[in-house]
Write a new protein. Structure first.
Ligand code: SAM
Length: 336
């Protein structure tokens, strides 16, 4: 949203910042103005923390606020949810990721695009010790609120140097322009030799193109598995983008089978998209037959043949030049 002057004045002139802490100074603010200022602070990661009597950020507060002050714009958490790139993983998909990952208590797990923590929270509940990385300070703050992460790094994951120390990586990265393949390839470098990565990915990776060739070869070389996610699984998160879940071991298992790429979506509980009422279809067939009959009758008239099917008496019939009188009488009689 574009920030109004009163919000910008507060952010520029009524804030005292000390590292991760921001305090609003001056006289008590109109509650409505405070609410709007607070929404902006939350969007960039600030959380009012009573114990600290300050908005506390997961990063340096001045750094978090700088882009907002410079542009006069902020993307609120609500707006981010509506825009592409943030689709919290629905619980059924999260459960499948956790099951495929085979998470056991005490396992060290990395979630490298953690958002507000849908997957990380489930992994922690399964007993894992979870480290999170998230680029957006606003989501990082939401994740901090949950208190489930052992560590949370606010950074672009693709710039984080790899440390091969995790038994599991579980993720649902951004998809735009093949970003999911980039993220998964980088994430594999964080696995221990007997580790396993499980990721939601775009359906695009199942298709054989130049853009997917390297990634597909990697999955096949490692003995990875790929399964389709039900076609409407992400609808509750605001998208119908088709997805798969890809599981890739750090080392190819001795008993690995060839990777089977799903050929098409296999939606669970699919309703036929183009279901049509049988009565409507029957009406359409009857209309088509009537039209075909009319065309045949016209053809018959043009050929000056006796009309075999009567139509309601019209001047057309009378105008037929060569129709024998008896036949005409018969046809008109049939029609009545
Ligand atoms: C599809 S959402 C998934 C969020 C979370 N994993 C979940 O399942 O609910 C993708 C997340 O990746 C984050 N993200 C995008 N690019 C990133 C990057 N380069 N480094 C770290 N996080 C990134 C976005 O901010 C967003 O929170």
């Amino acid at each position: 949203m574009k920030l109004t002057d009163d919000i910008l004045t507060v952010l520029r002139e009524r804030t005292a910042i000390d590292g991760t802490h921001l305090v609003l100074t001056g006289p008590r603010m109109d509650p409505k103005l405070y609410q709007r200022v607070n929404e902006v602070l939350e969007a960039v990661g600030g959380r009012w923390t009573t114990g600290e009597q300050a908005h506390v950020f997961p990063v340096n507060a001045a750094d978090a606020l700088a882009p907002v002050l410079e542009s006069g714009q902020a993307v609120t958490l609500r707006e981010k949810r509506q825009s592409a790139q943030y689709f919290p993983t629905p619980s059924a998909v999260v459960q499948r990721l956790v099951d495929l990952a085979g998470i056991e208590p005490g396992m060290e797990v990395l979630e490298p695009s953690a958002g507000s923590g849908a997957i990380a929270t489930a992994a922690a509940k399964a007993g894992a010790v979870v480290d999170c990385i998230e680029r957006d300070p606003g989501y990082a703050a939401v994740l901090t609120d949950t208190g489930i992460a052992r560590t949370l790094t606010v950074a672009d994951f693709l710039t984080v140097p790899a440390r091969p120390c995790y038994s599991r990586i579980i993720m649902n990265p951004p998809f735009t322009k093949g970003a999911d393949m980039q993220h998964v390839e980088h994430a594999l470098r964080f696995l221990e030799p007997d580790g396993l990565l499980v990721s939601v990915m775009s359906w695009t990776v199942t298709t054989e193109t130049r853009a997917t060739a390297k990634f597909r070869a990697l999955v096949e070389a490692r003995g990875g598995t790929v399964e389709a996610v039900a076609s409407r699984a992400f609808r509750e998160s605001g998208t119908d983008v088709p997805t798969v879940i890809v599981a890739i071991p750090a080392t190819r298992p001795a008993d690995a089978k060839p990777t089977a790429w799903p050929l098409r979506e296999t939606p669970a509980n699919a309703e036929p998209e183009d279901f049509r009422d049988p009565a409507t279809i029957a009406r359409e067939i009857a209309d088509n037959l009537r039209e075909a009959t009319r065309i045949m009758d016209e053809l018959a008239r043009d050929l000056a043949l006796p009309i075999s099917r009567a139509t309601p008496a019209t001047a057309d019939v009378i105008h037929l030049p060569d129709t024998p009188q008896e036949q005409l009488a018969f046809d008109l009689g049939e029609a009545s």
